[in-house]
Ligand binder design. Sequence first.
Ligand SMILES: Cc1cc2nc3c(=O)[nH]c(=O)nc-3n(C[C@H](O)[C@H](O)[C@H](O)COP(=O)(O)OP(=O)(O)OC[C@H]3O[C@@H](n4cnc5c(N)ncnc54)[C@H](O)[C@@H]3O)c2cc1C
Length: 412
Amino acid sequence: MGYDVIVVGARVAGAATALLLARQGLRVLAVDRATFPSDTLSSHQIQPPGVARLARWGLLDRLGDAPATPRVLFDSPAAVLDGAFPSGGAIHSPRRTVLDHALVQAAREAGAEVRERWRVEELVWERGAVAGIRGSSGGRQLLTERAPLVVGADGKRSFVAQAVGARAYRQRAPRSFASYTYWAGLPVTAGELHQRDGLAVAVFPTNRDLTMVYMSAPLAGFDAFRADAETGYLAALDRCGGDLGARVRAATRAERLRTTPDLPNHFREAHGPGWCLAGDAGVTMDPVSAQGIANALRDAEGLAGAVTAGLGGTRPLDAALAAHRRERDRALRPMYDFTLGLAMYHSGPVERLFMRALAERGEPAEVERMFGAFAGMTPVDEFFSARTALRLAAARLADGVNARLCTAPLAR
Ligand SMILES: Cc1cc2nc3c(=O)[nH]c(=O)nc-3n(C[C@H](O)[C@H](O)[C@H](O)COP(=O)(O)OP(=O)(O)OC[C@H]3O[C@@H](n4cnc5c(N)ncnc54)[C@H](O)[C@@H]3O)c2cc1C
Protein backbone atom coordinates (compact mmCIF):
# COMPACT_ATOMS: atom_id res chain seq x y z
CA MET A 1 0.00 0.00 0.00
CA GLY A 2 1.27 3.50 -0.76
CA TYR A 3 1.03 6.18 1.91
CA ASP A 4 0.62 9.94 1.64
CA VAL A 5 2.46 10.53 4.92
CA ILE A 6 4.65 8.46 7.23
CA VAL A 7 4.92 9.60 10.85
CA VAL A 8 7.89 8.44 12.92
CA GLY A 9 6.95 8.35 16.62
CA ALA A 10 3.39 7.78 17.85
CA ARG A 11 3.06 9.54 21.17
CA VAL A 12 1.47 12.97 21.60
CA ALA A 13 2.86 14.72 18.52
CA GLY A 14 2.95 11.67 16.23
CA ALA A 15 -0.35 10.03 17.11
CA ALA A 16 -2.16 13.40 17.05
CA THR A 17 -0.68 14.26 13.65
CA ALA A 18 -1.62 10.82 12.29
CA LEU A 19 -5.13 11.18 13.72
CA LEU A 20 -5.76 14.60 12.18
CA LEU A 21 -4.30 13.66 8.79
CA ALA A 22 -6.30 10.43 8.67
CA ARG A 23 -9.45 12.37 9.52
CA GLN A 24 -8.75 14.46 6.43
CA GLY A 25 -8.74 11.27 4.36
CA LEU A 26 -4.97 10.95 3.90
CA ARG A 27 -3.32 7.51 3.91
CA VAL A 28 -1.13 7.58 6.99
CA LEU A 29 1.40 5.15 8.44
CA ALA A 30 2.72 5.87 11.94
CA VAL A 31 5.49 3.75 13.43
CA ASP A 32 6.97 3.67 16.92
CA ARG A 33 9.66 1.53 18.46
CA ALA A 34 7.53 1.43 21.63
CA THR A 35 4.37 -0.56 22.26
CA PHE A 36 1.20 1.00 23.68
CA PRO A 37 0.08 1.48 26.35
CA SER A 38 3.48 2.30 27.78
CA ASP A 39 4.99 4.96 29.99
CA THR A 40 7.67 7.41 29.02
CA LEU A 41 9.92 9.61 31.13
CA SER A 42 7.56 12.55 31.46
CA SER A 43 5.12 13.94 33.92
CA HIS A 44 1.87 14.86 32.31
CA GLN A 45 0.22 18.16 33.11
CA ILE A 46 -1.71 19.12 29.99
CA GLN A 47 -2.20 22.88 29.97
CA PRO A 48 -5.72 24.21 29.23
CA PRO A 49 -5.02 24.96 25.52
CA GLY A 50 -3.99 21.30 25.06
CA VAL A 51 -7.06 20.15 26.97
CA ALA A 52 -9.24 22.32 24.71
CA ARG A 53 -7.73 20.64 21.64
CA LEU A 54 -8.36 17.16 23.04
CA ALA A 55 -11.95 18.22 23.74
CA ARG A 56 -12.36 19.54 20.21
CA TRP A 57 -11.04 16.27 18.81
CA GLY A 58 -13.56 14.34 20.94
CA LEU A 59 -10.94 12.69 23.16
CA LEU A 60 -11.43 14.28 26.57
CA ASP A 61 -13.55 11.46 27.90
CA ARG A 62 -10.79 8.95 27.12
CA LEU A 63 -8.38 10.17 29.77
CA GLY A 64 -9.59 7.77 32.45
CA ASP A 65 -10.14 8.87 36.03
CA ALA A 66 -7.51 11.62 36.22
CA PRO A 67 -9.37 14.57 37.80
CA ALA A 68 -9.29 17.98 36.17
CA THR A 69 -7.64 20.71 38.26
CA PRO A 70 -9.28 24.08 37.57
CA ARG A 71 -7.57 25.72 40.60
CA VAL A 72 -3.92 26.20 41.43
CA LEU A 73 -2.11 27.17 44.61
CA PHE A 74 1.02 29.09 43.70
CA ASP A 75 3.46 29.34 46.60
CA SER A 76 6.60 31.46 46.26
CA PRO A 77 8.66 33.39 48.84
CA ALA A 78 7.23 36.64 47.42
CA ALA A 79 3.56 35.64 47.64
CA VAL A 80 1.05 32.83 47.92
CA LEU A 81 -1.67 33.00 45.27
CA ASP A 82 -4.69 30.78 45.00
CA GLY A 83 -6.83 31.00 41.91
CA ALA A 84 -8.42 29.56 38.80
CA PHE A 85 -7.58 29.60 35.11
CA PRO A 86 -9.38 32.04 32.80
CA SER A 87 -12.54 30.93 30.97
CA GLY A 88 -13.08 27.94 33.24
CA GLY A 89 -9.95 26.23 31.90
CA ALA A 90 -8.32 23.37 33.78
CA ILE A 91 -5.14 21.32 33.77
CA HIS A 92 -5.65 17.60 33.16
CA SER A 93 -2.96 15.21 34.23
CA PRO A 94 -3.58 11.75 32.76
CA ARG A 95 -0.66 9.32 32.87
CA ARG A 96 1.18 8.97 29.58
CA THR A 97 0.15 5.31 29.57
CA VAL A 98 -3.44 6.60 29.24
CA LEU A 99 -3.02 9.70 27.06
CA ASP A 100 -0.64 8.27 24.46
CA HIS A 101 -2.68 5.08 24.14
CA ALA A 102 -5.91 7.06 23.70
CA LEU A 103 -4.31 9.05 20.89
CA VAL A 104 -2.97 5.91 19.19
CA GLN A 105 -6.39 4.26 19.37
CA ALA A 106 -8.08 7.38 18.00
CA ALA A 107 -5.57 7.54 15.13
CA ARG A 108 -6.36 3.92 14.27
CA GLU A 109 -10.09 4.57 14.44
CA ALA A 110 -9.60 7.47 12.01
CA GLY A 111 -7.98 5.06 9.54
CA ALA A 112 -4.25 5.54 10.22
CA GLU A 113 -2.13 2.42 10.32
CA VAL A 114 -0.05 2.42 13.51
CA ARG A 115 2.78 -0.10 13.78
CA GLU A 116 4.28 -0.69 17.20
CA ARG A 117 7.74 -2.06 18.00
CA TRP A 118 8.92 -0.61 14.67
CA ARG A 119 12.26 1.20 14.84
CA VAL A 120 13.33 3.54 12.02
CA GLU A 121 17.01 3.04 11.25
CA GLU A 122 17.43 4.88 7.95
CA LEU A 123 15.62 7.36 5.77
CA VAL A 124 15.04 6.57 2.09
CA TRP A 125 16.30 9.36 -0.18
CA GLU A 126 15.39 10.01 -3.81
CA ARG A 127 16.78 12.91 -5.85
CA GLY A 128 17.79 14.84 -2.72
CA ALA A 129 14.45 14.44 -0.94
CA VAL A 130 13.29 12.09 1.79
CA ALA A 131 11.02 9.48 0.21
CA GLY A 132 10.42 6.96 3.00
CA ILE A 133 11.80 5.05 5.95
CA ARG A 134 13.72 1.87 6.47
CA GLY A 135 13.59 0.02 9.74
CA SER A 136 12.91 -3.17 11.56
CA SER A 137 10.15 -4.68 13.58
CA GLY A 138 12.04 -6.91 15.95
CA GLY A 139 13.61 -9.05 13.22
CA ARG A 140 16.95 -8.49 11.53
CA GLN A 141 15.52 -7.78 8.09
CA LEU A 142 15.16 -4.11 7.16
CA LEU A 143 11.73 -3.15 5.84
CA THR A 144 11.10 -0.16 3.56
CA GLU A 145 8.01 2.04 3.47
CA ARG A 146 7.57 4.98 1.13
CA ALA A 147 5.66 8.26 1.18
CA PRO A 148 6.21 11.73 -0.29
CA LEU A 149 6.37 13.18 3.23
CA VAL A 150 7.98 11.81 6.41
CA VAL A 151 7.07 13.52 9.70
CA GLY A 152 9.65 13.20 12.46
CA ALA A 153 7.60 13.13 15.68
CA ASP A 154 10.30 11.14 17.38
CA GLY A 155 11.07 13.29 20.38
CA LYS A 156 13.79 15.61 21.61
CA ARG A 157 16.65 13.33 20.38
CA SER A 158 14.89 12.95 17.02
CA PHE A 159 16.51 10.44 14.66
CA VAL A 160 14.75 12.09 11.71
CA ALA A 161 16.10 15.55 12.64
CA GLN A 162 19.61 14.15 12.83
CA ALA A 163 19.30 12.18 9.59
CA VAL A 164 18.17 15.25 7.61
CA GLY A 165 20.61 17.55 9.43
CA ALA A 166 17.88 19.88 10.73
CA ARG A 167 19.59 23.01 11.99
CA ALA A 168 19.09 23.81 15.67
CA TYR A 169 18.66 27.41 16.79
CA ARG A 170 18.03 29.31 20.02
CA GLN A 171 19.71 26.30 21.56
CA ARG A 172 20.55 26.50 25.27
CA ALA A 173 22.41 23.94 27.36
CA PRO A 174 20.31 21.95 29.86
CA ARG A 175 19.74 23.94 33.04
CA SER A 176 17.82 21.50 35.24
CA PHE A 177 17.37 17.99 36.47
CA ALA A 178 13.97 16.62 37.42
CA SER A 179 12.76 13.91 39.77
CA TYR A 180 9.18 12.71 40.33
CA THR A 181 7.03 9.88 41.53
CA TYR A 182 3.47 8.97 42.56
CA TRP A 183 1.88 8.90 46.02
CA ALA A 184 -1.22 7.16 47.41
CA GLY A 185 -3.04 8.83 50.28
CA LEU A 186 -2.00 12.35 49.30
CA PRO A 187 -5.28 14.09 48.51
CA VAL A 188 -5.13 17.55 46.94
CA THR A 189 -7.96 19.98 46.28
CA ALA A 190 -5.98 21.99 43.70
CA GLY A 191 -2.80 21.73 41.69
CA GLU A 192 0.17 23.08 43.62
CA LEU A 193 3.17 24.98 42.27
CA HIS A 194 5.92 25.78 44.77
CA GLN A 195 8.90 27.97 43.97
CA ARG A 196 11.94 28.43 46.18
CA ASP A 197 15.42 29.66 45.34
CA GLY A 198 17.03 26.75 43.50
CA LEU A 199 13.83 24.66 43.42
CA ALA A 200 10.48 24.21 41.65
CA VAL A 201 7.85 21.66 42.72
CA ALA A 202 4.55 20.64 41.14
CA VAL A 203 1.82 18.53 42.75
CA PHE A 204 -1.09 17.27 40.62
CA PRO A 205 -3.63 14.47 40.98
CA THR A 206 -3.60 11.76 38.32
CA ASN A 207 -5.22 8.41 37.50
CA ARG A 208 -5.97 5.72 40.10
CA ASP A 209 -6.20 8.19 43.00
CA LEU A 210 -2.47 8.84 42.86
CA THR A 211 -0.83 12.22 43.20
CA MET A 212 2.24 13.09 41.18
CA VAL A 213 4.89 15.10 43.00
CA TYR A 214 7.58 16.54 40.77
CA MET A 215 10.65 18.55 41.70
CA SER A 216 13.30 20.18 39.56
CA ALA A 217 16.42 22.10 40.43
CA PRO A 218 19.59 23.48 38.81
CA LEU A 219 21.64 20.89 36.95
CA ALA A 220 24.73 21.83 38.98
CA GLY A 221 23.21 19.97 41.95
CA PHE A 222 22.52 16.74 40.04
CA ASP A 223 25.58 14.71 41.11
CA ALA A 224 25.01 15.46 44.78
CA PHE A 225 21.28 14.71 44.39
CA ARG A 226 21.68 11.35 42.70
CA ALA A 227 24.06 10.11 45.40
CA ASP A 228 20.89 9.76 47.52
CA ALA A 229 17.94 10.77 45.38
CA GLU A 230 15.21 9.75 47.84
CA THR A 231 16.64 11.84 50.65
CA GLY A 232 17.26 14.77 48.28
CA TYR A 233 13.71 14.56 46.91
CA LEU A 234 12.06 14.61 50.33
CA ALA A 235 14.40 17.34 51.58
CA ALA A 236 13.35 19.46 48.58
CA LEU A 237 9.67 19.00 49.46
CA ASP A 238 10.40 20.02 53.06
CA ARG A 239 11.46 23.43 51.76
CA CYS A 240 8.02 24.09 50.23
CA GLY A 241 5.16 25.86 51.97
CA GLY A 242 1.95 24.30 53.24
CA ASP A 243 3.63 21.33 54.99
CA LEU A 244 4.13 19.58 51.67
CA GLY A 245 7.08 17.56 52.99
CA ALA A 246 5.09 16.32 56.00
CA ARG A 247 2.03 15.51 53.85
CA VAL A 248 4.15 13.48 51.43
CA ARG A 249 5.95 11.64 54.25
CA ALA A 250 2.55 10.65 55.65
CA ALA A 251 1.52 9.22 52.26
CA THR A 252 2.61 5.96 50.58
CA ARG A 253 4.96 6.01 47.63
CA ALA A 254 3.32 3.94 44.88
CA GLU A 255 6.11 3.83 42.31
CA ARG A 256 9.85 4.25 41.92
CA LEU A 257 11.43 7.69 41.71
CA ARG A 258 12.20 8.76 38.15
CA THR A 259 15.08 11.18 37.76
CA THR A 260 16.63 12.73 34.66
CA PRO A 261 19.20 15.38 33.79
CA ASP A 262 18.41 15.07 30.06
CA LEU A 263 16.46 18.30 29.61
CA PRO A 264 17.70 20.13 26.51
CA ASN A 265 16.35 23.38 25.03
CA HIS A 266 16.25 24.04 21.29
CA PHE A 267 14.25 24.96 18.23
CA ARG A 268 14.96 23.02 15.04
CA GLU A 269 14.39 23.86 11.40
CA ALA A 270 10.95 22.35 10.88
CA HIS A 271 10.88 21.14 7.29
CA GLY A 272 12.80 20.38 4.11
CA PRO A 273 12.40 18.29 0.96
CA GLY A 274 10.18 15.34 1.88
CA TRP A 275 10.38 15.86 5.66
CA CYS A 276 9.06 17.91 8.55
CA LEU A 277 9.23 17.75 12.33
CA ALA A 278 6.51 17.79 14.99
CA GLY A 279 6.45 18.14 18.77
CA ASP A 280 9.67 17.83 20.75
CA ALA A 281 11.54 16.89 17.58
CA GLY A 282 10.97 20.47 16.45
CA VAL A 283 10.93 22.45 19.71
CA THR A 284 12.03 21.18 23.10
CA MET A 285 11.95 23.26 26.24
CA ASP A 286 12.76 22.52 29.87
CA PRO A 287 9.69 20.83 31.44
CA VAL A 288 9.73 23.24 34.40
CA SER A 289 6.88 25.10 32.66
CA ALA A 290 5.07 21.86 31.65
CA GLN A 291 4.30 23.01 28.11
CA GLY A 292 5.57 20.12 25.95
CA ILE A 293 2.37 18.12 25.60
CA ALA A 294 0.16 21.13 24.83
CA ASN A 295 2.84 22.37 22.42
CA ALA A 296 2.97 18.99 20.69
CA LEU A 297 -0.83 18.91 20.27
CA ARG A 298 -0.78 22.47 18.94
CA ASP A 299 2.03 21.62 16.55
CA ALA A 300 0.20 18.52 15.34
CA GLU A 301 -2.86 20.61 14.50
CA GLY A 302 -0.92 23.31 12.65
CA LEU A 303 1.19 20.78 10.82
CA ALA A 304 -1.78 18.65 9.81
CA GLY A 305 -3.46 21.74 8.37
CA ALA A 306 -0.34 22.66 6.40
CA VAL A 307 0.18 19.11 5.10
CA THR A 308 -3.47 18.72 4.13
CA ALA A 309 -3.31 22.00 2.21
CA GLY A 310 0.04 21.12 0.64
CA LEU A 311 -0.77 17.57 -0.44
CA GLY A 312 -4.33 18.51 -1.36
CA GLY A 313 -3.02 21.09 -3.80
CA THR A 314 -4.66 24.16 -2.29
CA ARG A 315 -1.22 25.61 -1.49
CA PRO A 316 2.35 24.58 -2.38
CA LEU A 317 3.49 22.18 0.37
CA ASP A 318 6.73 24.02 0.96
CA ALA A 319 4.95 27.36 1.43
CA ALA A 320 2.36 25.79 3.74
CA LEU A 321 5.07 24.19 5.89
CA ALA A 322 7.08 27.43 5.97
CA ALA A 323 4.02 29.34 7.19
CA HIS A 324 3.43 26.70 9.84
CA ARG A 325 7.05 26.98 11.01
CA ARG A 326 6.80 30.78 11.26
CA GLU A 327 3.60 30.53 13.26
CA ARG A 328 5.11 27.85 15.52
CA ASP A 329 8.12 30.02 16.31
CA ARG A 330 6.03 33.15 16.82
CA ALA A 331 3.72 31.35 19.23
CA LEU A 332 6.36 29.46 21.21
CA ARG A 333 9.19 31.96 21.48
CA PRO A 334 7.82 33.98 24.46
CA MET A 335 7.09 30.85 26.49
CA TYR A 336 10.47 29.39 25.52
CA ASP A 337 12.26 32.47 26.88
CA PHE A 338 10.07 32.51 29.98
CA THR A 339 10.78 28.81 30.55
CA LEU A 340 14.52 29.39 30.30
CA GLY A 341 14.06 32.08 32.95
CA LEU A 342 12.12 29.70 35.22
CA ALA A 343 14.92 27.18 34.78
CA MET A 344 17.30 29.65 36.48
CA TYR A 345 15.38 28.86 39.72
CA HIS A 346 15.68 32.36 41.03
CA SER A 347 12.92 34.92 40.62
CA GLY A 348 14.17 38.40 39.84
CA PRO A 349 13.04 41.64 41.50
CA VAL A 350 10.50 42.38 38.76
CA GLU A 351 8.76 39.01 39.12
CA ARG A 352 8.75 39.34 42.92
CA LEU A 353 7.19 42.79 42.54
CA PHE A 354 4.48 41.37 40.28
CA MET A 355 3.71 38.53 42.70
CA ARG A 356 3.52 40.88 45.70
CA ALA A 357 1.32 43.33 43.82
CA LEU A 358 -1.03 40.50 42.84
CA ALA A 359 -1.17 39.15 46.38
CA GLU A 360 -1.77 42.61 47.87
CA ARG A 361 -4.57 43.37 45.42
CA GLY A 362 -6.20 40.01 46.06
CA GLU A 363 -8.13 40.48 42.80
CA PRO A 364 -9.12 37.04 41.43
CA ALA A 365 -9.25 38.27 37.82
CA GLU A 366 -5.60 39.37 37.98
CA VAL A 367 -4.50 36.04 39.48
CA GLU A 368 -6.48 34.27 36.74
CA ARG A 369 -4.63 36.34 34.17
CA MET A 370 -1.31 35.26 35.61
CA PHE A 371 -2.29 31.58 35.69
CA GLY A 372 -3.53 31.96 32.11
CA ALA A 373 -0.10 33.27 31.12
CA PHE A 374 1.68 30.41 32.95
CA ALA A 375 -0.62 27.99 31.12
CA GLY A 376 0.06 29.43 27.68
CA MET A 377 -3.55 30.65 27.35
CA THR A 378 -2.38 34.23 26.85
CA PRO A 379 1.08 35.30 25.71
CA VAL A 380 3.32 35.26 28.77
CA ASP A 381 5.22 38.37 27.63
CA GLU A 382 1.93 40.28 27.49
CA PHE A 383 1.26 39.49 31.13
CA PHE A 384 4.76 40.20 32.48
CA SER A 385 4.82 43.58 30.74
CA ALA A 386 5.08 47.23 31.60
CA ARG A 387 1.37 47.48 30.77
CA THR A 388 0.37 44.97 33.47
CA ALA A 389 2.75 46.64 35.92
CA LEU A 390 1.08 50.00 35.23
CA ARG A 391 -2.39 48.46 35.58
CA LEU A 392 -1.46 46.91 38.93
CA ALA A 393 0.17 50.15 40.13
CA ALA A 394 -2.87 52.21 39.06
CA ALA A 395 -5.21 49.78 40.80
CA ARG A 396 -3.09 49.95 43.94
CA LEU A 397 -3.19 53.74 43.85
CA ALA A 398 -6.95 53.69 43.39
CA ASP A 399 -7.31 51.23 46.30
CA GLY A 400 -5.23 53.59 48.46
CA VAL A 401 -7.32 56.62 47.50
CA ASN A 402 -10.56 54.72 48.10
CA ALA A 403 -9.32 53.53 51.48
CA ARG A 404 -8.36 57.08 52.46
CA LEU A 405 -11.73 58.42 51.29
CA CYS A 406 -13.56 55.77 53.28
CA THR A 407 -11.62 56.43 56.47
CA ALA A 408 -11.46 60.27 56.13
CA PRO A 409 -13.82 62.15 58.51
CA LEU A 410 -16.74 63.60 56.59
CA ALA A 411 -16.55 67.38 56.11
CA ARG A 412 -19.42 69.27 57.70
C1 LIG B 1 10.88 14.76 33.23
C2 LIG B 1 9.94 15.37 32.24
C3 LIG B 1 8.72 15.88 32.67
C4 LIG B 1 7.84 16.45 31.77
N1 LIG B 1 6.64 16.93 32.22
C5 LIG B 1 5.77 17.49 31.37
C6 LIG B 1 4.50 17.96 31.82
O1 LIG B 1 4.14 17.88 32.98
N2 LIG B 1 3.69 18.54 30.89
C7 LIG B 1 4.04 18.67 29.59
O2 LIG B 1 3.27 19.22 28.82
N3 LIG B 1 5.22 18.18 29.13
C8 LIG B 1 6.08 17.60 29.98
N4 LIG B 1 7.27 17.12 29.52
C9 LIG B 1 7.57 17.24 28.09
C10 LIG B 1 6.86 16.15 27.31
O3 LIG B 1 7.25 14.88 27.80
C11 LIG B 1 7.23 16.24 25.84
O4 LIG B 1 7.12 17.57 25.41
C12 LIG B 1 6.31 15.36 24.99
O5 LIG B 1 6.47 14.02 25.36
C13 LIG B 1 6.65 15.52 23.53
O6 LIG B 1 5.89 14.61 22.79
P1 LIG B 1 6.42 14.03 21.40
O7 LIG B 1 5.34 13.18 20.88
O8 LIG B 1 6.93 15.15 20.60
O9 LIG B 1 7.71 13.16 21.78
P2 LIG B 1 7.84 11.87 22.69
O10 LIG B 1 6.77 11.83 23.72
O11 LIG B 1 9.26 11.85 23.15
O12 LIG B 1 7.59 10.65 21.70
C14 LIG B 1 8.51 10.30 20.72
C15 LIG B 1 8.24 8.88 20.26
O13 LIG B 1 9.11 8.61 19.16
C16 LIG B 1 9.53 7.27 19.25
N5 LIG B 1 10.78 7.11 18.50
C17 LIG B 1 11.94 7.76 18.70
N6 LIG B 1 12.88 7.36 17.82
C18 LIG B 1 12.28 6.42 17.04
C19 LIG B 1 12.73 5.61 15.96
N7 LIG B 1 13.98 5.71 15.48
N8 LIG B 1 11.86 4.73 15.41
C20 LIG B 1 10.59 4.63 15.88
N9 LIG B 1 10.11 5.37 16.90
C21 LIG B 1 10.94 6.25 17.48
C22 LIG B 1 9.69 7.01 20.74
O14 LIG B 1 9.60 5.62 21.03
C23 LIG B 1 8.55 7.83 21.33
O15 LIG B 1 7.42 7.02 21.56
C24 LIG B 1 8.17 16.52 30.40
C25 LIG B 1 9.39 16.01 29.96
C26 LIG B 1 10.26 15.42 30.85
C27 LIG B 1 11.56 14.86 30.37
